[in-house]
Design a protein around this ligand. Structure first.
Ligand code: GLN
Length: 194
């Protein structure tokens, strides 16, 4: 059986763990390098990207995960996790760093503040309608040729369609929270890619 990790430094760890366990995988809550070394794939949860980035540094996981991303570790980042995987972070903190594993430029809180959180049904390539919960979600402003766009959303704010679910090689990203719904198909897609 494949072992999948959920980075467990901050954010909505428990919901990802429950969803992955319900799909029958062995789940490791990753807080140490040893735990990171034991998994076949990793989920980066939503939360606060600056806090998770800080804790990646203090835990010693930052560079090890960077090297693993370069070596092709499958990783699925949701919301703050997507921000951490992107190349360019707009409206970030001045010292905000990110891994650049996804050729994306993302704007933090690009859909508005907490009060502007919303749910939307997304038409995901190959799956059809999948519910998405957007909470202070990053908005993907531009992307490279190597990014496969699997779902887009027009939020009706006049800026047109933006990608909300993407894949680049073995790295997946969603600007929303698939773990906060009863629909586990995106996690299943990720698990099937391990
Ligand atoms: N806005 C948060 C950040 O920049 C992300 C929000 C979330 O993960 N729900 O980190």
């Amino acid at each position: 059986m494949k072992r999948v990790g959920v980075l467990s430094l901050q954010g909505d760890v428990g919901e990802h763990v429950s969803m992955l366990e319900a799909l029958g995988s062995e789940v490791v809550k990753v807080r140490t390098v040893e735990q990171l070394n034991s998994v076949d794939g990793l989920v980066l949860p939503g939360g606060e990207s600056t806090t998770i980035a800080h804790l990646l540094g203090t835990s010693g996981l930052k560079d090890v995960l960077g090297a693993k991303l370069e070596q092709g570790l499958p990783v699925f980042g949701t919301c703050a996790g997507l921000i951490l995987l992107s190349t360019v972070v707009l409206d970030g903190r001045s010292d905000q760093w990110s891994y650049g594993a996804l050729s994306l430029s993302v704007r933090r809180n690009g859909y508005g503040r907490q009060i502007a959180s919303f749910e939307s049904t997304l038409d995901v390539k190959g799956l059809g309608g999948v519910p998405g919960v957007f909470i202070r979600a990053p908005r993907i402003e531009s992307y490279g040729d190597d990014v496969e766009v699997l779902a887009t959303l027009d939020h009706g704010d006049g800026t047109g369609e933006h990608p909300v679910f993407v894949r680049q090689d073995r790295v997946w990203g969603a600007s929303f929270h698939p773990e906060l719904t009863g629909d586990a198909r995106l996690h299943e897609l990720f698990l099937n890619s391990l």
